[in-house]
Design a protein around this ligand. Structure first.
Ligand code: UGA
Length: 434
């Protein structure tokens, strides 16, 4: 393949948009394809449809190298086509392949009509066997030039993770692997490990990676709940020490209200559903998933333990996004907790530096949205901190607004602060007064 310059990215979600902006910043000519014209209109103006640190500025700076269309057939050719469409969850835990199938059909027709053979790269998260059984039969001979290239970026640091990936995995046939490898070596001047595998192994690596990280979180949440029952214990001390064991590592050992987002909950369940289809099932994957659900219930238990009567009580929710530096509320524990509290007739006030708009589209006027924390805590019977926003670290005097000053801190952000409130840290056993 000649030096690729013209690149198509199909699907303007977190992965696709970040990749498109990054490649445009490297002066490639990038054509962004998405079926959602509203989203494209936003992007053309240099605005991102979601919050991601640094991405909007990077988009604005690269607009010259980007073009946008909802119609692949309006493009005449490309050297590389990246597929980054979503693979959302189905009710039974498996993944919905409708966008993979429709974009693959479009690519196939487009390549055949234009007599071109670009390298086709699947970055979407797809279960093992999807390339062989679903994509290949649609692409036919084009599949010889197709690879699976899973993405490992995190929301909240998507741009940085794209600029500095810790690893690149490319699965497929030798020829397209080589082309993409050369492309990445040109893009990434810093040495990044590149692992080449079969397409199916590449698909599995993505699920193994996310499921393992989810397992670490469910594990430390289990330890947190043990700590909760023993005076003078703190899960962060346990995590710190076990994290020093190089066989364990210190990352992803932050106990909390359970993992959320569009990836871990979906991917663990999808892998579990695959094991069921394979006839083995998996107690381990099932336990990771169940433990995560129990952890969200644990937060509700802590509230009911400390608030005498939930009905007509005032509860303040600090943090709505599933993680800090994001406005994404998909599978956020805050959202499921609010749903449960609403059924118990609780008056709810919420605060989040970024995720208010996305929350409004779920709850409309059922909860009170607050632009500042003091307002959120006014007359409150209990505050629940659920997202590790940096600005919550400096909270103090705001708690004086509460009617009954109790803080349930599921992330232990304020554990080391002396506050004139009843402090309940998830994973911290009560203090022994000596
Ligand atoms: C995750 C993976 O980390 C990425 O590598 C992957 O590319 C992505 O899924 C994906 O498949 O697209 P993401 O869901 O964006 O990324 O965010 P994480 O930082 O992994 O956090 C996920 C959830 O786990 C959050 O709710 C977070 O609060 C929780 N978490 C994370 C903990 O409770 N404790 C931790 O120690 C770490």
């Amino acid at each position: 393949m000649k030096q690729p310059n013209k690149i198509i990215v199909i699907g303007m979600g977190f992965v696709g948009l970040t990749l498109a902006v990054f490649l445009a910043s490297k002066k490639f000519n990038v054509i962004c394809v998405d079926t959602d014209q509203n989203k494209l209109n936003t992007l053309v103006q240099g605005s991102t449809p979601f919050y991601e640190p640094g991405l909007e500025d990077a988009l604005k700076n690269s607009l010259k190298s980007l073009s946008f269309t909802n119609n692949l057939s309006s493009v005449d050719s490309a050297d590389i086509v990246f597929v980054t469409v979503g693979t959302p969850p189905m009710k039974d835990g498996s993944i919905d392949l409708r966008y993979i199938k429709s974009s693959t059909k479009q690519i196939s027709e487009w390549c055949n009509n234009n007599h071109i053979q670009p390298v086709i790269v699947y970055k979407s998260t797809i279960l093992p066997g999807t390339f062989e059984n679903i994509i290949k039969p649609i692409l036919k001979s084009l599949s010889e030039n197709t690879v699976v290239n899973p993405e490992f970026l995190r929301e909240g640091s998507a741009l940085q993770d794209t600029i500095h990936p810790h690893v690149i995995v490319i699965g497929g046939k030798e020829k397209p692997i080589l082309s993409l490898k050369r492309f990445y070596q040109r893009v990434y001047t810093r040495k990044t490990p590149i692992k080449t595998t079969s397409a199916t192994t590449a698909e599995l690596i993505k699920y193994a990676n996310n499921s393992f990280l989810a397992a670490k979180i469910s594990f430390i949440n289990t330890i947190a709940n043990i700590c909760q029952r023993f005076p003078d214990t703190n899960v962060d001390d346990v995590a710190e020490v076990i994290g020093l064991d190089p066989r364990i590592g210190n990352l992803f050992l932050k106990a909390g209200p359970g993992y959320g987002g569009s990836c871990f909950p979906k991917d663990v369940q999808a892998l579990l559903s695959l094991t069921k289809r394979l006839g083995t099932g998996s107690d381990l994957l099932n336990a990771i998933h169940k433990t995560n659900i129990q952890q969200a219930e644990m937060v509700l238990k802590l509230i009911t333990k400390h608030v005498k009567s939930l009905k007509n009580s005032n509860i303040s929710i600090l943090g709505l996004a599933f993680k800090e530096n994001s406005d994404d509320v998909r599978e956020s524990v805050s959202i499921s907790l609010i749903e449960k509290l609403l059924t118990r007739k609780v008056n709810i006030r919420v605060h989040d530096p970024r995720a208010i708009d996305n929350t409004k589209s779920i709850f409309n006027n059922k909860v009170m949205y607050c632009a500042d924390v003091s307002d959120c805590l006014r007359n409150s019977d209990c505050a629940v901190l659920l997202t590790s926003w940096k600005q919550y670290l400096s909270l103090g005097k705001e708690f004086s607004k509460m009617r009954n000053p109790i803080l349930i801190d599921t992330r232990r952000l304020l554990a080391n602060k002396k506050l004139p409130i009843k402090y309940v840290g998830l994973g911290i056993g009560s203090k022994i007064v000596r």
